[in-house]
Design a protein around this ligand. Structure first.
Ligand code: PGA
Length: 251
């Protein structure tokens, strides 16, 4: 069985003081949660402090990106071994905001994927179609291509820890969630692509998260679907009570 993973993506929000307040409010309240993996991906600069605050709790910490070289003259970049050394266990790769605003492509996602795995960071590879692509009937084509290109060269063995996040671009930060039926249809398709690439054992074990305006009001219906194994949560992960509600989904 797949253990659900609920991941918070804090994007570029919070001051250091606010991170401390969140940790004080949030961590004691979720320490009894054992059957769902809990992850928070804050801005790079707070990873170490948050990881220290989460020590001994079930809450894990991850990064929102990684650079693909381990070290070198790459001003302002942050490598996977650096992130691992300050307490990160996961890395979000290819988020649509990176693709849209920072020229991220499937090729760069692929390089970051190998760097993450080498440093023992669990990659969360994000895929998703735009509204225009959905309306022109290209959803499966786009998602299939993002997965095949993004995971190119990955061996079956290396794919074992990988997490995929389906985030329809039209649902991110817009308040428009994909219906559970729409999400399930794409998740089932993603699992089929993974089956083609790595076989059914890997595909059946792989966690596929949904992301895009997830909140307390819609998480239960989403998690009730067979192929939805968790969520990547933006806005609703910024406040302790609303994130905890999502973690306590029923479904
Ligand atoms: P949202 O963001 O929950 O605020 O829509 C999700 C994401 O971008 O990961």
């Amino acid at each position: 069985m797949r253990k659900p993973l609920i991941a918070g993506n804090w994007k570029m929000f919070k001051s250091l003081d606010e991170v401390g307040t969140f940790a004080d409010d949030f961590i004691p309240g979720v320490s009894d949660i054992k059957d769902t993996d809990i992850l928070i991906c804050p801005p790079y600069v707070y990873i170490q402090a948050l990881a220290q605050a989460c020590e001994g709790s079930p809450v894990m910490v991850g990064a929102q990106n990684v650079f693909w070289e381990d070290q070198g003259a790459y001003t302002a970049e942050i490598s996977a071994p650096m992130l691992k050394s300050i307490g990160a266990d996961y890395a979000i790769l290819g988020h649509s905001e990176r693709r849209q605003f920072f020229s991220e492509t499937d090729e760069t996602v692929n390089k970051r994927l190998f760097a993450s795995l080498k440093a023992d960071l669990v990659p969360i590879v994000c895929v998703g179609e735009t509204l225009g692509q959905r309306e022109s009937g290209k959803t499966f084509e786009v998602i299939g291509s993002q997965i095949r290109q993004g995971l190119k060269g990955l061996s079956t063995e290396m794919s074992a820890t990988l997490v995929i996040a389906y985030e329809p671009v039209w649902a991110i930060g817009t308040g428009k969630t994909a219906t559970p039926e729409i999400a399930q249809e794409v998740h089932a398709y993603i699992r089929k692509v993974i089956t083609d690439l790595f076989g059914s054992q890997i595909a059946q074990g792989m966690r596929i998260l949904y992301g895009g305006s997830v909140k307390g009001e819609n998480i239960d219906a989403l998690m009730a679907k067979d192929d939805i194994d968790g969520a990547l949560v933006g806005g609703a992960s910024l406040e302790a009570a609303s994130f905890e509600r999502i973690l306590r989904f029923k479904g």
